[in-house]
Design a protein around this ligand. Sequence first.
Ligand code: KG4
Ligand code: ZN
Length: 372
Amino acid sequence: MAKRNPKRQSDYIILSIDTSCDETAAAITVGQRVLSNVIWSQIDVHRPWGGVVPDLARKEHQKHLGEVIQLAIARANANSKRFQLPWRINWDTIDAIAVTQGPGLAIALEVGIKKAKKLAQKYHRPLIAINHMEGHLLSSLARNSKSQIPNSKTEPSIKKMPTLGLLVSGGHTQLVLVKKIGDYQLLGETLDDAAGEAFDKVAKMLDLGYPGGPIIEELAHQGNPRRFQLPVPMARDPSLNFSFSGLKTACLYKLRAIPKKEKDRQFLADFAASFQATLTKAITIKLKKALEMHHPEQIFLGGGVINNLYLRQQIRSVARKYNIPVFTPYSRNLISDNAAMIGIAAFYKALRKEFVQNISSLDRNPNLNFSA
Ligand code: KG4
Ligand code: ZN
């Protein structure tokens, strides 16, 4: 197959790696195009413990990362053939390696970083260190191998600034102002638990299993969101911060006060719906505030909790009142933790020539964050 010559910037090929939490992930991106996005989920390993066990996560990453990278390259090649792209993906054509530096579990991050450094040194490729949350933030910009954003009438634009990012995951709940790609301001974040964590903990109280978010969403379909009155956290607080631990405690007290025999399936559905509606309200109140304060041109959503369709609908309904378009990643595999989003963030860093200067000294940063 033809080698890329002369090389266009938009043809920049990146192998990206994310081992920040409980997914072992590797991807191949060509510019903004996702050629492959392999995610080895560890959920079954952690489920018996009701949450992520860091040492188990580290061991699983060590066991599977090599294989996941091979698979990412193989699938990218299958895709490039299918879409008649003019490249083979191999160590002659991969231009750079990207890896999540943080935030995340220290001993899990370490596995990906060590592997990325080794590959960068072995194949003499530049290394790009990525903030996992910047990956979630830019995940709406991903395009498929045909360079399309499926099922989207309009397209996100890197020229429409400022853009507001709303990131809702198991570890984070953040509002981020994008002044331009690479220039971010943290407007607000959770002061305690993340929204996904609250979903998981309330699901645990209801004995629903792990991870709780998708189970609560499913149950809530048949539930009455007005049956239980729960406090909307930070509703009157003027900042753009969030807090979910009070809501979690309110759920605990409410559940303790109700006799076990009354906790039938309808009860569970009503409780799930009431909790989901209250948490969503807490998020949309702050979103509305952020829109009024910062007048963004568009909104980018990211993070696992964005899978929740009720939350998305409510976000869209707020944004519609302000006439602001909302964008989500085109596939579920780009919403939850994945490496393709790391590749997208890395592509823009490569355009800015922000490479790791001293590869051997790159270290994990479990608390990496946007600056306020
Ligand atoms: O972004 P993510 O995959 O990993 C982190 O970086 O944390 O997010 C995982 C979180 C979990 O807390 C999970 O319960 C939640 O996202 N989640 C959901 C849904 N799907 C996943 N929460 C609510 N509704 C969903 N449908
Ligand atoms: Zn994440």
